[in-house]
Write a protein that binds this ligand. Structure first.
Ligand SMILES: [Zn+2]
Length: 80
């Protein structure tokens, strides 16, 4: 009976060691390949500064880096 318990302990120990090794070394496919995808850069129609598309503010006549520049551009270029 003692030998059986010893064998079970050894099997559990080996199983735990193998599981720990697998957790320490994740497969390459689990890693994100490209977390920051390249975004097209757009130029502010008012000041010309380039900013990623997600941060650009769409407005009349183009995209803008901020609310102030959109308002300034729309004031300078009033539509008829
Ligand atoms: Zn701007």
């Amino acid at each position: 009976m003692k030998i059986l318990l010893f064998l079970i302990a050894v099997v559990v120990l080996l199983w735990l060691l193998r599981g720990g090794q697998r957790r320490r070394a994740p497969p390459p496919s689990a890693r994100p390949t490209n977390p920051a995808e390249p975004q097209p850069m757009l130029a502010c129609a008012q000041c010309g500064v380039h900013l990623p598309r997600d941060e650009a503010l769409p407005g009349k006549g183009g995209v803008f880096c901020g609310d102030a520049h959109r308002a300034a551009f729309e004031q300078a270029h009033p539509e008829a």
